[in-house]
Ligand binder design. Structure first.
Ligand SMILES: Nc1nc2c(ncn2[C@@H]2O[C@H](COP(=O)(O)OP(=O)(O)O)[C@@H](O)[C@H]2O)c(=O)[nH]1
Ligand SMILES: [Mg+2]
Length: 305
């Protein structure tokens, strides 16, 4: 492999404290093709990156996601590594990420931070949030990935080109992970080191607000992949609420008190819940048929060639 075939893509927003060293480290590892996509930093991040020999492009919109989408469109190199500019990942571990891709075993490799993180790299809230989100992802997509939110990843160019991405903020890693699964890409995870952020630079991620957005992204995108999960959750909650009010209505009725409006509500909750399960079953059925049709078209096209 020629190391110029690998584009190191770094999204940055006010990372002057770390970006220079990061670029130096990657250059030391032999990577000279470095693209920094900058969110109009006001602390000189762009200038530092340029002085260290990176190509710097200003993002046209807002958010890490928008930056990544814009940058993916600019890349022509056959391999891509994305890495945060905050100095939390090690340049010398890039080869672990590249290996499965270069050997043709994987289309996309995720650096798993959750096995080998330094003390202080995650706050308690962050760690819990990450584990919860990965678990939720596992249930929604039926794929056991350990660290879907990692910011250190390797791709083949074809893998990147195949992804249909729309999320502009910190939901971008989630969307990348979901798209790789939907596009049936071969995804591998390798353990990597995760360091604490430098004291000089603050994170731009808000654990509560962004955590909620990430969770809701997993849920909404599941509609197309696992409709039973999508509708089932609503159905489950509705039926549970119905059983709750129902228990109360029945116990009161046994003691001689009627609650007519609550009885109606109970019925509605349970019927609505059951309907959601029927929706889910039907959507699952349609999706299965659709998948079979797509598969058939792919096979027919192959035969034509
Ligand atoms: N271009 C660009 N980069 C961003 C933006 N927001 C965050 N980043 C960069 O994305 C990377 C990850 O962000 P960070 O705040 O470290 O999030 P965390 O690692 O999830 O805590 C860092 O290199 C940030 O500088 C943005 O709006 N635009
Ligand atoms: Mg970070």
């Amino acid at each position: 492999m020629n190391s110029a075939d690998v584009c190191i893509l770094v999204p940055t927003l006010n990372e002057a404290a770390t970006i220079g060293q990061l670029i130096k480290d990657f250059r030391k590892e032999g990577f000279s093709n470095i693209l920094v996509i900058d969110g109009n930093s006001r602390d000189g991040t762009g200038e530092i990156a340029e002085a260290e020999g990176a190509r710097v492009v200003m993002q046209t919109g807002k958010g890490k996601g928008q930056a990544m989408i814009q940058a993916f469109g600019l890349i022509e190199s056959p391999y891509v590594i994305m890495v945060d500019g905050d100095g939390t990942y090690l340049a010398r571990e890039a080869r672990f990420l590249l290996e499965p891709v270069l050997e043709g075993r994987a289309d996309h490799v995720i650096g798993n931070r959750l096995e080998n993180y330094s003390p202080g790299a995650f706050t308690k809230l962050n760690l819990m949030g990450n584990r919860l989100i990965n678990m939720f992802f596992d249930i929604a997509y039926g794929v056991k990935l350990k660290d879907i939110l990692s910011g250190y990843r390797a791709f083949t160019l074809e893998s990147v080109r195949e992804l249909e991405l729309n999320k502009t903020g910190f939901e971008i890693e989630t969307e990348i992970s979901v798209e790789c699964i939907l596009k049936k890409q071969r995804v591998e995870e390798v353990p990597i080191t995760y360091l604490p952020r430098s004291e000089k630079g603050a994170t731009k991620l808000n654990p509560v607000k962004d955590g909620f957005r990430i969770g809701s992204t997993i849920y909404k995108l599941a509609k197309m992949h696992n409709p039973m999960f999508y509708f089932g959750i609503i159905g489950y909650i509705s039926i549970l609420a119905g059983l709750f009010t129902g228990t109360f209505v029945v116990s009161e009725w046994i003691e001689g008190t009627d609650h007519i409006p609550l009885t109606i509500l109970t019925t509605l909750l349970i019927i609505f819940g059951l309907q959601m399960f029927i929706f889910g079953t039907l959507s699952d059925f349609i999706l299965t048929l659709h998948r079979q049709t797509v598969q058939l078209i792919i096979e027919m096209n192959k035969q034509k060639k």
